[in-house]
Design a protein around this ligand. Structure first.
Ligand code: HDD
Length: 696
């Protein structure tokens, strides 16, 4: 039976009583449900009808407002970097940089500046998965005392193209193909590689994109780069060129490609969850900010142009000076309000930081402001709390959609003299402390042209490839084989390969062999290819940022009926002490009966917590438990994948049959369940790889 209250009797669902209790008796205003106009809502369960079985009335403003708002909950997603995760935190300066920049954020050692950092993939839509092979966006908004500074970078220090006019073509080619709407979040398709083959300037970035850098284990384990050469300007007006670097405290770590693919199915939100959980448990992700600074003379001495975003300056040539750190210590309250609505813009720089003529940067200075108008719908997007500077904002810009401010007085123009007549006059420009562009001297003809100093597309690609560890080189070659195998037009593969011959003939030969095709002749390079000094700093494996550690990692402990209580307890303690998160996995999440008859609950169900979700696995099984798991495909796959993904596997004596069934062969990464396992779990076993898969 329906009544006006609805919720405390029959709500039309078989007549059961609804548990919802109205708050009428309490008079606290914050307890009352209201419309967006503040009108209290008497009934949130039923529409307004003409009779209990009658039509809905148009005058039901509660209904219309609620549905209207719901209908518009989604806003246009970012055309690139749509999928992202973000967190609040702070930047702490280690030493004053007053000698090279007057930027307020860099003046006082020890001072903290609040910030908001958003990580993203590039190609996929907002609902796509976290682990495709893709560049990761690394955008930081510093809320400095002199206005917002946005350092909008990536986890790779170079970019695909040299000139911003190519950006829409690049992105169109990598996004899902225009007629068919797939593939989502993947570069392994014709149009992308067609663009790559026709644009040799992409080659250096392609080397990075096909390396392990684009399949990170965690967003907490990626580097960040500002990419472009920027300028610092000091109080005396002197300019110093600067490149920005973020170095992760947990070190660099990537997944194996097969692991990344399986993670996409096992947990589409793997990176977002990882970041969220780390922050929730107080394990705050941290990066150091490094700078490479140099002058014109140094820039002129390089065999490439510092305005070219497809080039790095190797750290061996110009060391990175660590000047501060970023700590992310607070997850947003609301994903939409903050992570979705945050609007970064490389043009947001405070006095003391300035641009260079990098043609990619110059184009970006226009794009970001422009895109926010279509994404956020109004020129007043800067008033949204996540975008609003944490310093005074005062000017005569007025009105516009969703204007939140209510300025007083008549003066909405500058200059005005109303202040001299007892009225509100308002703010004035500040010649001494305001942002003043560095007065670089410019001259030249008006031309659509690329400087000849940008012509070398291969030397640094070669430098990168040859600097890598041999395991990484194999991954890179195999990634190109994988991607080109998804290209259906053979001529595209051939063209790409003919470019790669210029990078390194042996790499091209490996790729050709992996594709079972003939090695084409090298394409004609626009500039001679040079052998530059190698840069071991570019490696992940056996590189300066590879860490043998369990810190920030996780260890899966597989248990089943009869598992030994003390073994599991000891393992959990040891793993926790080493800084990792123990994840107890069992056939049923409710738990298993342990050796002493007690029930031990699991953190994850075996079928839903495959070994790809952890960094190492321990099989703490009894004979009885192992026998049962030998019949479970999920258990066999669990071990097989851990082995195939080169992870440490610790196993009890009784778990041996499971190891055998999963094809595990003894090596340094396969141990018992004692301390040797905790040590072994701090790394991956690259030597194992040739035994488990054929790499190019
Ligand atoms: Fe961009 C977003 C990074 C070149 C145009 N870009 C965007 C984001 C990152 C980057 C991290 C997401 C920010 C966020 O989390 O909201 N973009 C880069 C880097 C580039 C680069 C490191 C080269 C060095 N971008 C680039 C060019 C153009 C754009 C050359 C256009 C001329 N990028 C945009 C954009 C986006 C954007 C269309 C989409 C959403 C947004 O700006 O706010 O304006």
């Amino acid at each position: 039976m329906a009544t006006r209250e609805g919720y405390d009797t029959d709500v039309g669902n078989g007549g059961e009583t609804h548990q919802h209790v109205p708050v009428e008796s309490s008079h606290k205003p914050e307890d009352h449900l209201t419309t967006n106009q503040g009108i209290r809502v008497s009934d949130n369960q039923n529409q307004l009808k003409a009779g209990d079985r009658g039509p809905v009335l148009l005058e039901d403003f509660v209904l219309r407002e609620k549905i209207f708002h719901f209908d518009h909950e989604r806003i246009p997603e970012r055309i690139v970097h749509a999928r992202g995760s973000a967190a609040h935190g702070y930047f702490e300066l280690f030493e004053s940089l007053a000698d090279i920049t007057k930027a307020d954020i860099f003046q006082r050692a020890g001072e903290k500046t609040p910030l908001f950092t958003r990580f993203s993939t590039v190609a996929g839509g907002a609902g796509s998965v976290d682990t495709p092979r893709d560049v990761r966006g690394f955008a930081v908004k510093f809320y400095t005392k002199e206005g917002n500074w946005d350092l909008v970078g990536n986890n790779i220090p170079v970019f695909f193209i040299q000139d911003a006019i190519k950006f829409p073509d690049l992105i169109h080619s990598v996004k899902m193909e225009a007629d068919r709407g797939f593939p989502q979040a993947a570069s392994a398709h014709d149009t992308f590689w067609d663009f790559v083959g026709l644009m040799p300037e992409t080659t250096h970035m392609i080397m990075w994109a096909m390396s392990d850098r684009t399949i990170p284990r965690s967003l907490r384990m990626i580097e960040g780069f500002g990419i472009h050469t920027f300028r610092f300007v000091n109080a005396a007006g002197a300019s110093t060129f600067v490149k920005f670097h973020w170095k992760p405290k947990l070190g660099l770590q990537s997944t194996i490609w097969d692991e990344a693919v399986k993670l996409a199915g096992a947990d589409p939100d793997f990176h977002r969850r990882d970041l969220f959980e780390a922050i929730q448990r107080g394990d705050f992700p941290e990066w150091e900010l490094g700078i490479q600074t140099f002058d014109e003379a140094f820039a002129d001495s390089l065999p490439y142009d510092v305005l070219d975003s497809t080039k790095i300056i190797p750290e061996e040539l110009l060391p990175v000076r660590i000047v501060g750190r970023m700590v992310l210590d607070r997850w947003p309250d609301n994903f939409f309000a903050e992570t979705e609505q945050v609007a970064y813009c490389p043009a947001n720089v405070p006095p003391g930081i300035d641009f260079t003529n990098d043609p990619l940067l110059q184009g970006r200075l226009f794009s970001y402001l422009d895109t926010q108008k279509s994404r956020l719908g109004t020129a007043n997007f800067h008033q949204i709390p996540i975008n609003a500077p944490k310093c005074p904002v005062m000017n005569f810009q007025r009105d516009g959609q969703m204007q939140m401010l209510q300025p007083k007085g008549r003066a909405n123009y500058e200059p005005n003299s109303l202040g001299e007549h007892g009225e509100i006059g308002g703010v004035r420009e500040c010649p001494a402390t305001g942002f003043a562009t560095y007065p670089a001297t410019e001259s030249g003809d008006k031309l659509r042209i690329r400087a000849s100093s940008f012509a070398d597309h291969y030397s640094q690609a070669r430098l990168f490839f040859r600097s890598l560890d041999s395991a990484e080189q194999s991954h890179l070659a195999s990634a190109i084989v994988f991607e080109l195998s998804k290209v259906s037009i053979e001529a595209i593969r051939t063209r790409v390969l003919s470019n790669i011959v210029n990078v390194d003939p042996s790499l091209a030969a490996r790729v050709a062999a992996g594709l079972a095709m003939d090695l084409p002749k090298a394409s004609e390079p626009a500039a001679p290819v040079q052998d530059l000094d190698l840069s071991p700093a570019l490696r992940i494996i056996r590189g300066p940022l590879e860490k043998e550690t369990l810190e920030g990692r996780s260890v899966g402990i597989l248990i089943a009926d009869g598992s030994d209580v003390s073994v599991v307890d000891t393992l959990v303690k040891a793993v926790t002490k080493a800084g990792a998160r123990p994840v107890v996995i069992a056939p049923k999440v409710g738990g298993v009966k342990m050796s002493d008859g007690s029930l031990r609950k699991a953190d994850g169900q075996l079928a839903g917590t495959p070994s790809v979700t952890v960094d190492a696995v321990a099989l703490a099984l009894s004979s009885e438990g192992c026998a049962a798991l030998l019949k479970e495909a999920a258990a066999i796959q669990f071990v097989m994948d851990a082995f195939g993904h080169l992870k440490a596997i610790g196993a009890s004596e009784a778990a041996k049959p499971l190891l055998d069934k999963a094809g595990v062969v003894a090596d340094a990464g396969v141990t018992g369940l004692d301390e040797a396992f905790v040590r072994a779990a701090t790394r991956r076993y690259w030597d194992r790889e040739p035994k488990v898969r054929t790499l190019a």
